[in-house]
Design a protein around this ligand. Sequence first.
Ligand code: FE2
Length: 144
Amino acid sequence: MNYFICGICGYIAMDSAPEKCPVCTAPKEKFSQNDAIFEESKAKAAEGAAKHVPSIWVDKETKLYPGTEFVTVHAKIGEVPHPMEEKHFIQFVDIYADKKWIKRAHFTPAVVPAITAHLKIQASKITVIENCNLHGYWINETSL
Ligand SMILES: [Fe+2]
């Protein structure tokens, strides 16, 4: 997989760099390719995957608007709670539907790094990418 990182906001595009960053609107020139970005994170995380890899689960029958086709996607970082301290915390989590970015949540150390998105679109694959200020980017995905 080819990954392109926005030098302004840290958004990661898959396959190719967009004309404009969907998160911060930075132009294509601000993107740089790094296909090993997730391997680099694994190499520098002493705590390993358990605290960093996003866990994803899907409610196909949303409680938000019962009877609709909306699908609710939840993600938390990771299986074991990641530290949320001033010097070490999850900065943001992005959710993608079929490789298209749909939502970002920013975090401070005061909150649990978890995100929910209520999809009104049809998608076959959900990807979640998180950014730890010390240990970089981590990715996971699930099929709907
Ligand atoms: Fe970390």
